[in-house]
Design a protein around this ligand. Sequence first.
Ligand code: GLA
Length: 384
Amino acid sequence: MGAQQVRDGFAALYGTEPDGVWAAPGRVNLIGEHTDYNDGFVMPFALPHTAIAAVSRREDGVLRLHSADIEGGVAELRVADLAPESDKSWTAYPAGVVWALREAGHPVTGADIHLASTVPAGAGLSSSAALEVVVALALNDLYELGLRGWQLARLCQRAENVYVGAPVGIMDQTASACCEAGHALFLDTRDLSQRQIPFDLAAEGMRLLVVDTQVKHSHSEGEYGKRRAGCEKGAALLGVDALRDVAYDDLDAALARLGDEEEVRRLVRHIVTENHRVERVVSLLSSGDTRAIGPVLVEGHTSLRDDFRISCPELDLVVDTAMASGALGARMTGGGFGGSAIVLLEEADVEPVTKAVEKAFATAGFTAPRVFEAVPAAGARRLV
Ligand code: GLA
């Protein structure tokens, strides 16, 4: 699916050429999981898979939405009537962005939008953030709002938190809006300060595989929110604004203070050690010690599995099989409860590790996974 096809789709649907065509990518997260709603550190990079939007401005208060990927016709809404949590279908994502822009005082008076996406849905690869960001960027351009990438990310997060009703953090939207090709994004989610870290595995003879377990997940389904609430409880018990404020060196003392709050202790331990892992990965990559990040990724997975408790048998099987077959590192990526894992490995190990994972899935009776290689791609941009 390219810009021209989406442009043609728009013309066939609405009878005119669009004002422009934009793209926004999905992401994988290298390290830093569930730290974003704790004001912590994350390190995602953009995938070549994108949501593409052909968009025209309207002045009459009407918002028309259509997706090439979903059965059904054009949804027609009035921007003045958009209301949080009133829509349970896919249109809540683009409509939520229009709502968030208007609520922030930006005079968006309508649009015709035709979307198509190659980001697999429900695979933990940020298909929703890609949809939000592509619409936000298009409207930012068409209405000349002058908003920067991180500001668009904040508005998209608000759309998802309030309009859609999913309590997600800021990582995915910022990744989609701000990532750069060939780099991973080291993001401080407290102030959204960013550093682009060169991440060119091929130059060093390595590869990164994404293994989509095909186990679908949804963040509005409660478990994500429970983890978030548990982390907030931990911060409150420890008297800090967010778990980001618990220093790694103070972890034991903090855990001791939490006494018999066993569940909160586990959540706190994950967040504090995970922030530390992000910092370790940044420093290893900065000193050119790329292979040494492998064990840190595996530690991250163990922490998500045992302390945060958001893995699943399929994700664990990817990690265990990949490591037993010679991978340098592997872990689940994204929100958890299904979705995708990443595997860092030598170029020569791509085929044997892929085969081993596929075989292990077949033996376990799991649906065959979808495996592809990920190279850090560009963030959101105008195509036409
Ligand atoms: C989902 C959320 C993000 C983040 C990750 C876990 O992708 O959208 O905000 O919390 O889970 O790291």
